[in-house]
Structures are given as C-alpha cells and as structure tokens.
Design a protein around this ligand. Sequence first.
Ligand code: NAP
Length: 280
Amino acid sequence: MMKAKLILDGNTVATSIKDNLVGRIKRLSEKGIVPCLATILVGDDPSSATYVKMKGNACKRLGIESIRVELPSTTTTDELIDVINKLNNDPKVHGILLQHPVPHQIDERAAFEAIRIEKDVDGVTTLGFAQNAFGFADFPSCTPAAIIAILDYYNIPVEGKHAVVIGRSPILGKPVSAMLLNKNATVTTCHSRTTHLAEIVQLADIVVAAVGKPKFVQGDWIKPGAIVLDAGYNEGNVGDVDYDACMENASAITPVPAGVGPVTIATLLKHTVDAAEKFA
Ligand code: NAP
C-alpha cells in the first residue's frame, strides 16, 4: 500500500496568509482605519459559540477589531435584519459574518441577503455566490477559498484533473465546485441522492469532503495518488474522511483538526482586511 506523501498542513497555510496581513493592517492603521469584523450569533448552539469565539480571538491576535453581537434564540427574522442593517450602516464595520445555522423560525436566506455586498466577507449573499461562480468575487465563501488556498500553497495542479466534491451546500459544496471548475478541473458534485457514490469517488484525482458526517469517506474509495481535502468538522475533532484509512491511498491529505479549519479563519481575516482596504 502506498503511504500518503504529504500532509497538507492548514496551520502552515494559515500562517502564510496571516503573515501577509500584518503590514497591510499597519498601513491601514496609519490612515486611522482598524479593520473590523462583526460576528452575529443567534441562539445558544455551543459549537457555533465556539466558532464565533475562535474567529474573535483570531482577529484580536492580528490587531483586527471584532464586534460580537449575541442575540437570543427567540429572535425573529425582522429583528435580525435590523441588526444587520445597523452593521451595514456602521462605517467602522468592514465585514459581517452571520454564524450558520440560525434558529428555525428565522428565514436564513433573507438574513444573509440583508448583508451589504461590500461587507459580505463570507460570500453568503446571492450576488456574492454568483460573482464567485463567474470567477470574479471579492469574497468567495471562506471554506471553499481555504480549500483552493491549500491547493495553491502546495502547488497542486488542478487543471484537467477530475475533482469530486461530496456535498452541495450553498456555502461549501456548490461554491468550491464552481471554484474548481474555474480552475479548469472536471468537477462532479455529489449529494445525498447520488447513486454509486463510492464508484464516483474512486475516479477522483481530487476529493473534497463536505458532508457533515464523521469519517464518511472510506479508505477504499480513494484512488491511489489522489489528493484528499476534508472540510468536515464534527464532534470530537473528527472530519468527514476516515483519515487513517484514506491516507493509505492518498498522495496528499488534510488532517482534522489543523487542516481546512485554520485556513478558513485566516481567509475570513484576509477578507476583512481586503474589505477595509476597499473602504479606505
Ligand atoms: P450541510 O449544509 O449539512 O451540507 C451537507 C451536504 O452533504 C449536503 O449537500 C448533503 O446533500 C450532502 N450529504 C449528506 N449526506 C450525504 C450522503 N450520504 N452522501 C452524499 N452526500 C451527502 O453542511 P455544510 O455546511 O456544507 O458543512 C459540511 C461539513 O463541513 C460539516 O462537517 C461542517 O462542520 C464542515 N464545515 C467546516 C468548515 C470549516 O471551516 N472547516 C466550515 C463550514 C462547514 P443534500 O444537499 O442532498 O442534502
């Protein structure tokens, strides 16, 4: 059995993205501008609270301001949109992140759409999604952008490769499929109604797992030499890929934790700085 040659280390990629932001943040501060990310957390989901806290801490470490808005689980769509509009109109705020998922009574799409495109640093609006699909988004969704950043950092060729994406959510599976297509991969996007999933994954040169099911992708689904990117993050720090089994055949693989996750956060910080520079 072939052993994985390369562990795609998310911390290394994240550090290189963040290092590049230091000088840019300093130059902004000379103009009296501090990049600022507003995160909105609705309800008391503990994982979401942890993600929001991690994002806030990452901002602080780099000198990016973070505003944390916490709303009760009984918040209505209109109340949430009011909060988003206040942040839209606040010139100190450069990026707005509404933590997904929101409680069921809220129309999540309507709330996402309320975010002004200039502040849509996670590419959640229809316009942001469409711009990404066309290949000219300022802010593609952070996790898909992180997956592409990992491929770029490690100089992994994408053009002409068969990429199989498992998952089609609007913030992950669909935008990463579009981004891989824009990089001239041949892309197959799979989902819960896909038949013969294992056989399709077995054809992939690049596998992206974005399913939300721990250790879902099995070792014998991986073609020898394939690249495996695991966007999954499940309870107990487990990805969507059976890591030990998949690394037997893979030539390169992202671990969980320390794979896609830290690069996603670094990408969010980068988008916030990009937004602040555009504002300046
Ligand atoms: P999601 O909205 O629940 O979407 C899951 C996707 O997986 C759906 O498209 C679903 O298909 C598909 N799926 C479910 N069961 C399947 C099956 N048996 N076979 C094939 N496809 C199946 O999840 P998400 O928000 O995209 O997140 C996916 C994963 O990424 C989760 O583990 C999440 O925690 C993680 N994530 C990580 C980061 C990060 O920074 N690392 C950020 C965001 C999300 P249908 O469309 O047919 O339902």
